[in-house]
Design a binder for this molecule. Structure first.
Ligand SMILES: [Zn+2]
Ligand SMILES: [Zn+2]
Length: 222
């Protein structure tokens, strides 16, 4: 997307909201990853997924959470930019596997309180743009965040898991028998996506997949 007036959310250059140079510099995760959680790994299933099988069937991320992509995602958290969401949604489409045969797209929701404070949900912006791009139906209110969670960044691995446990409620009428795709901006430990997947499966979801724009490699999977 090259349009006059845009400034790159990654590097600040004028001409595009997410420029080609930033896209090219971003480190992709690629195909050599855990088939379950998408963590870069030469093993078919990484050691964390072997240790404890996640609730989601499979998750993939486009690139590493670093450099200009990190800046762009920080920008998307503070600026309600449909244009940036659309540019990044194209990357989500790159990691969507046709074999998942998705029925419904669902963004990771914010709690009602945090949504009021922030004014918008960046995962919802991404999911809307993505669903439109790949022509899939989207459900915004079927998955609810019923409990605010503490800032994950300050917590250790065990605490993160505890923090997001039962943080979601899923509407059975929306999910029963369906193949669901969760959309979020960043996969950190996977605890949030895992907790949401658990809620969807408990609500009768047939299978749950997840895609994120970025994957943090500083944290081991939950
Ligand atoms: Zn740029
Ligand atoms: Zn894994």
């Amino acid at each position: 997307m090259t349009t006059r007036g845009f400034q790159c959310a990654g590097c600040g250059v004028k001409g595009a909201i997410w420029c080609k140079s930033c896209q090219n510099q971003t480190v992709r995760i690629g195909l050599l990853c855990c088939k379950r959680c998408g963590y870069p790994s030469e093993r078919h299933i990484c050691k964390w997924c072997c240790y404890e099988t996640p609730w989601f069937d499979s998750a993939r991320s486009w690139a590493r959470y670093s450099g200009e992509l990190r800046k762009a995602l920080v920008y998307l958290k503070t600026q309600e930019s449909v244009d940036l969401a659309s540019a990044l949604a194209a990357h989500l489409a790159e990691v969507l596997l046709p074999s998942w045969a998705i029925d419904l797209v669902v963004p990771i929701p914010l709690s009602a309180t945090r949504l009021r404070m922030r004014g918008f949900n960046q995962a919802e912006l991404l999911a809307q743009a993505f669903a439109q791009l790949v022509q899939l139906p989207i459900a915004i209110k079927a998955l609810m965040r019923i409990r605010d969670t503490k800032f994950q960044r300050t917590l250790g691995r065990a605490d993160r898991k505890q923090n997001v446990r039962q943080a979601f409620r899923a509407d059975g009428r929306s999910f029963a028998g369906m193949k669901i795709l969760i959309v979020d901006d960043i996969f950190v430990t996977g605890a949030t996506i895992n907790s949401a997947s658990r809620a969807i499966k408990k609500a009768g979801g047939h299978s749950v997949f997840a895609i994120t724009v970025a994957r943090s490699l500083l944290n081991t999977p939950a």
